[in-house]
Design a protein around this ligand. Structure first.
Ligand SMILES: NC(=O)C[C@H](N)C(=O)O
Length: 323
């Protein structure tokens, strides 16, 4: 029996064209991907263009709309897998949002391209075909949301964009890809640890993300306090430490019950409360900052936005960030 694959285009370079005279790459009136892949053996593609946006234009509202659309479609007809094309700049945020909020067992796969559709060596159509191969694979079920690019399969939780232009840009710093796609098929070499989906029906919380630097003081924190934040994520130094001059600003935010999540600005590893000096992770944890389990800043921000729709209690937020 043919497999039904829901193919959702949202935009990105994979849907753009290069102007060969000016070198500019941008979305055109129509999406060139809509003309491709009209027929594939043994597959019914149910294609829709939900957005036609460069991914820096994608908002949390767009992510929520995409999630709702996938749920509605999979509730009203038989779908064997979902493929989403997306710009690469914020692809990991949308992928992670879906991973945290969807509770589907069918494969949900995001892909994109680093070279637009009419460029020499364009990787879009190839990545799209690889993503469809994963979406139809029975053994890709119950793997959480996946990202397929450049012959590799990554988990939404670990994958991140690491290079501005290279087609091998998507990497999973913590554990590497979980599988590969090649001419012979789709092969997994480890299984992700899945967590229960978090419920979300709106996404309105005002959550900021800042990066720590040597000599940082409380001035940015004071500025954030003026903006009525619901939460803050800080990409801290090393294992999760901050310059001591930030402590008064952190205390003010905590006194106002603004949750603060600590991740590391390091590319790899987990933030933890190891250091006992002033501004060290141990002191930050004792003050009430929440340590996240290996997420990067942009994903921790998405998770905090989702979590805050359910609870503002520190213990509950801590439990959510420990998984
Ligand atoms: N390669 C890409 O898709 C990058 C593009 N700026 C986007 O995210 O829409």
């Amino acid at each position: 029996m043919n497999k039904n694959i829901l193919l959702i285009h949202t935009g990105g370079t994979i849907s753009m064209e290069e102007d060969h005279e000016t070198g500019e790459v941008k979305p055109g009136e129509t999406n060139p991907l809509m003309d491709h892949l009209k027929e594939l053996p043994d597959i019914n593609l149910i294609t829709t263009e939900l957005f036609h946006l460069p991914s820096p234009h994608i908002t949390p509202e767009n992510m929520l709309h995409l999630k709702t659309y996938i749920e509605e479609e999979s509730n009203t007809r038989h779908i064997d897998g979902v493929v989403i094309t997306h710009g690469t700049d914020t692809l990991e945020e949308t992928a992670y949002f879906l991973d945290v909020t969807l509770s589907l067992t069918i494969p949900v796969v995001l892909t994109g391209a680093m070279r637009s559709s009419n460029e020499l060596g364009s990787d879009g159509l190839y990545n799209l075909l690889s993503a469809i191969k994963v979406a139809v694979a029975d053994h890709a079920k119950s793997m959480g949301v996946l990202v397929v690019m450049n012959d590799e399969v990554h988990t939404a939780k670990n994958v991140t964009k690491t290079h501005t232009s290279n087609i091998a840009t998507f990497q999973s710093p913590q554990y590497g890809p979980i599988g590969i796609v090649n001419k012979a098929g789709v092969f997994f070499h480890h299984k992700p640890i899945l967590t229960r989906a978090l419920h979300v029906s709106k996404l309105n919380k005002n959550v900021f993300l800042i990066k720590a630097f040597a000599g940082m003081d409380s001035s940015l924190l004071k500025g954030i306090e003026q903006l009525n934040p619901d939460g803050l994520v800080i990409e801290a130094l090393g294992q999760g430490n901050l310059p001591p001059m930030m402590l008064p600003g952190l205390k003010n935010l905590l006194d106002k019950n603004i949750p603060i999540v600590v991740v590391s600005r390091c590319f790899n590893g987990i933030a933890q409360d190891v250091y006992g000096y002033e501004g060290g992770g141990r002191q930050l944890k004792d003050m009430g900052l929440i340590f996240s389990n290996g997420l990067n800043g942009q994903k921790a921000r998405i998770k905090l936005m989702i979590a805050l729709e359910t609870s503002t209690e520190r213990e509950e937020l801590e439990a959510i960030f420990s998984t």
